[in-house]
Design a binder for this molecule. Structure first.
Ligand code: PGA
Length: 254
């Protein structure tokens, strides 16, 4: 494992393999929960955090971490899928984390994708974040186009929780989780970039060569809404956990 500092508050940890990746990320979560048993965790879905969640389940089963007072907020949810739908993000979270550790169901928050008034639901989510937050540690993945949550290129940095139309590339990328492309929802409710930046600490996770350009542009490029994750350069405490392929375009490593 190697650690680099791009600048004060923006550190990059390059891990050797998948096991090291999951274990280092889990260390950050467990350390926080030990120090602050009622911590507020910001959670992400997708392929990247799966190893982290599996490691957290393992540590919980070994009695090494207690989630009984932890509160969680997920970044996003598909519009039109209720929490019981197999491809909903609530189901993903239940399958990989919520049902396998002692998180209390009432402490786990996701936007509802089936609210009749989606914008009212977005406002409710922001109000809840304000009431229970700030998030202590926000876990983030990143898209190949540097999106964070469903904030696609062009999303204002001032955005709060909102309803988005998914881009064709995101629909394509996410179709791997559905029986067919036609089944992928066309909209989602997502935390905005401003909501994400309010977290006290952010841990951005990326694996694989397909993320290398997004990682370079986000950490070393210009801060611009065209590169949503570049907003993290304005945050005071970001830890980026990457494997070697995802780190391969960073100039600090050359
Ligand atoms: P992934 O998705 O973890 O499945 O690569 C990340 C993202 O699109 O935010």
């Amino acid at each position: 494992m190697q650690r680099f500092r791009i600048r004060e508050g923006l550190d990059v940890v390059v891990v050797e393999d998948d096991a090291g990746f999951a274990s280092f990320a889990a260390d950050q979560v467990c350390q926080l929960v030990q120090e602050k048993p009622d911590a507020v965790l910001g959670l992400a879905t997708g392929s990247t955090p799966l190893g982290l969640y599996a490691e957290l389940v393992k540590r919980y089963e070994a009695g090494l971490v207690d989630f009984s007072q932890v509160r969680t907020f997920n970044l996003d949810e598909y519009v039109g899928l209720d929490g019981d739908h197999p491809q909903s993000y609530r189901q993903y979270m239940r399958q990989h984390l919520f049902d396998k550790v002692n998180l209390r169901p009432e402490n786990t928050h996701l936007p509802s994708g089936t609210a009749t008034d989606l914008w009212a639901e977005a406002a409710r989510y922001d109000a809840l974040l304000k009431e229970l937050g700030p998030i202590d540690l926000q876990i983030l993945g990143i898209g190949e186009n540097a999106h964070i949550a469903f904030n696609e290129p062009g999303t204002p940095f001032s955005s709060r929780t909102h309803v988005v139309d998914l881009t064709e590339s995101t629909i394509e990328a996410n179709s791997r989780f559905f029986a067919s492309r036609d089944e992928v929802p066309r909209q989602a409710i997502t935390m905005g970039i401003a909501s994400i930046l309010e977290a006290r600490h952010v841990m951005l996770l990326a694996q694989g060569i397909k993320k290398a350009e997004a990682i370079r542009l986000s950490l070393e490029g210009q801060t611009t809404p065209e590169v949503p994750a570049s907003a993290l350069q304005t945050h005071p405490s970001v830890l980026v956990v990457v494997d070697k392929p995802a780190a391969s375009q960073l100039t600090i490593l050359r």
